[in-house]
Structure formats: C-alpha cells, structure tokens
Design a protein around this ligand. Structure first.
Ligand code: ZN
Length: 180
C-alpha cells in the first residue's frame, strides 16, 4: 500500500499540486478542533464547515476524548493557544462513533489472539495500567463531548478568554448540533 502512495506522491509534487494548499502555520480562523479519527470525517468535517487548509488546528484521536488533563491532547491545545494564536476550541464528537461500543475485555481478548501473552498484560496491570478504564469507550457521545469541554474549561492552564464549544456531527450528512 505504501508503494502506491509514494508513487502518487511523486506525481503530486512534480505537478505542483501542492500549490493550492500553501498556507501559514498560524490558523486563519484562530480555531482548534478536537475530533474523532473516524475515516468518514476525514474530508467531510472540513467540507461541512467550509474549512480550508490553513484555517484551523485539527487534533484527532479515537473518540475525540481527553483521557488525561495533562496528556497529549491538552498539550496540543495549550501549544495551539499560546504559540499559534488559537482563541476558540471546538470539540466535535459524532454519532455512530466506534468508541461508543468499545469494550476493554474484547480488546484484551484480541490482543491474546495476536499472541500478546497474559504475562505482558499482567505486567502492565502491575505497572498501574487500568485497562478497564484506558480501553473502554463511552456510552453517550453527548456526555463524552460535555466531559471534554468541561476538562478544557476547568483546566488550570487554559485562559478564561478562550471560548470552548461542544458539537456533534452526523457522519453521513455532516449536520452539526450544538451540545454546549
Ligand atoms: Zn468516532
């Protein structure tokens, strides 16, 4: 698969197709978006919001979740605010998210099927990894988005003048509803 992509890349650069994407590293709209890595949103989300290359900082992970107040998502948001001029943050979850049905026991079983030994899993438990928490999804996307917004708003390192919004997108139509 990679070879195919690299052949495409050669032609892309050669034909100067990058020219239409040239932009600055500071986001034009001063917005950062935290959203899900769902493949349906890759092009749909920017298109449904009228966003072009250079408009926003886009942070993605499984479920648009902030799993730790000092993890990589909050770190990225802090860099976006203090170094890149972001004034507004949108947390965009989506309906039919894979993280809604995620079950840690199921993943642990799949790991064992792929020859991850139970010794390794027990070792990680002894190091403090709480698989039931770490690998479990959420039951309601609304609640998950609200929780992420709350984590950002109440974060001790986020300035008060930064606006934070919670939204949910339909993964087919791109329709957005406000959560808060
Ligand atoms: Zn998702």
């Amino acid at each position: 698969m990679l070879d195919e992509l690299l052949i495409y890349n050669q032609a892309f650069v050669q034909n100067q197709e990058y020219k239409q994407y040239i932009s600055a590293k500071f986001p034009n709209k001063k917005i950062a978006i935290l959203t899900c890595m769902d493949t349906r949103l890759t092009e749909l989300l920017p298109a449904a919001l009228g966003l072009k290359n250079g408009d926003v900082k886009l942070i993605k992970n499984a479920g648009a979740v902030i799993s730790s107040p000092f993890g990589s998502v909050m770190r990225s948001l802090i860099v976006a605010i203090y170094e890149l001029g972001v004034h507004e943050i949108l947390v965009i979850g989506h309906h039919d998210c894979g993280m809604q049905s995620l079950d840690s026991a199921n993943i642990l079983q799949k790991m064992q099927n792929r020859h991850i030994s139970s010794e390794k899993i027990e070792f990680m438990r002894s190091c403090g990894v709480d698989f039931e928490k770490w690998l479990n999804g959420f039951s309601s996307v609304e609640e998950s988005v609200k929780a992420s917004v709350k984590t950002i708003v109440n974060h001790p390192l986020i300035p008060e003048d930064v606006q934070v919004h919670g939204l949910i997108m339909h993964p087919t139509t791109g329709k957005i509803d406000r959560v808060r």
